[in-house]
Design a binder for this molecule. Structure first.
Ligand SMILES: [Mn+2]
Length: 295
């Protein structure tokens, strides 16, 4: 399979550790941007994350290893999603990722708007029994439809919920009334940002999140789950979000207690005024990989 060369792949890794054959981990880009609410630019997310990743260290001082050389990380070329209707894009993503999973790869998808997650979750849901979805996000994304589209980024978790009820949401702080009602009625495990902030201890709410998950976990990380002081470059930068260390602590705990089977990072809308956001996203991907492969 064709992969990007050292000068443009994730982390700028030498060919020996980034060829498809030699890599356990595969970076798959889905730069789809069909439904935008406020700010735009998510289709440039993957490109800018790859660029910024060249300044992320190979060595993770916390885990004391160079994961990229232990597992290998291949980066697939970025496909053009411009002319694809949302449903077709989701089908393509599901098909592409299913093939990677058949080859026993651990897939990291870079978005794009949050809608792309549906394709990736479908692929993992087919492969893994007892799969739960851990969603980091400012928004529930549980609207039945939004601005006339059932494939809106604001509805993506509604589409997932139709076939997988094991959704655990973290960092939520903006939703419509119908979403709030649904969460209460169906007892969806939503950890609101406000409740996290008011929790007695970090450990307590993080353990509750882990307890809510089944054994196999797919993580969808909407970058707006983080506080906009860390990542201003996103469509709707909601105040009151998650911070870096608590986020990493939680993902580390999930990786320790559960089996992370894949993840995505979506909704980065790069801006030339806040290039730091691109770097945060690039680094977050590597930290998540380190936690997923900590055992
Ligand atoms: Mn979202």
């Amino acid at each position: 399979m064709k992969t990007l060369s050292t000068k443009s792949n994730y982390l700028a890794i030498d060919k020996k550790y980034s060829s498809y054959e030699n890599s356990k981990i595969v970076i798959y880009s889905a730069p789809m941007e069909n439904t935008v609410s406020y700010g735009s630019g998510t289709k440039n997310g993957p490109k800018e994350i790859l660029k910024a990743s060249h300044y992320v260290e190979f060595y993770d001082e916390e885990m004391d290893k160079e994961l990229c050389f232990e597992k290998g990380i291949a980066t697939l070329p970025i496909s053009n999603f411009d002319k694809l209707k949302s449903k077709n894009a989701i089908d393509k993503i599901e098909k592409d990722i299913s093939k990677l999973i058949v080859d026993d790869k651990f897939v990291v998808m870079l978005g794009g708007e949050h809608t792309v997650t549906l394709g990736a979750v479908l692929a993992h849901h087919k492969k893994y029994e007892n799969l739960s979805i851990l969603q980091f996000d400012a928004h529930s994304d549980l609207r039945e439809s939004y601005e006339g589209s059932i494939y809106s980024h604001a509805s993506v978790m509604s589409r997932v919920y139709e076939f997988n009820k094991n959704i655990v949401q973290v960092g939520i702080r903006a939703q419509c009334k119908a979403e709030g009602d649904l969460i209460k009625k169906d007892k969806i495990k939503t950890f609101y940002a406000r409740e996290i902030r008011q929790a007695e201890s970090q450990k307590k709410w993080q353990n509750e999140v882990v307890k809510s998950l089944s054994n196999n976990v797919y993580i969808t990380f909407d970058i707006d789950g983080l506080d906009p002081t860390i990542v201003p470059s996103t469509g709707t930068p909601e105040p009151g979000g998650l911070f870096w260390d608590e986020t990493l602590d939680l993902i580390k705990l999930v990786g320790k207690k559960k089996n992370i089977v894949g993840f995505d990072l979506v909704e980065l809308a790069p801006s030339k005024f806040h290039t730091s956001s691109n770097f945060v996203a690039a680094k977050l991907v590597y930290k998540m990989l380190n936690y997923a492969f900590q055992k």
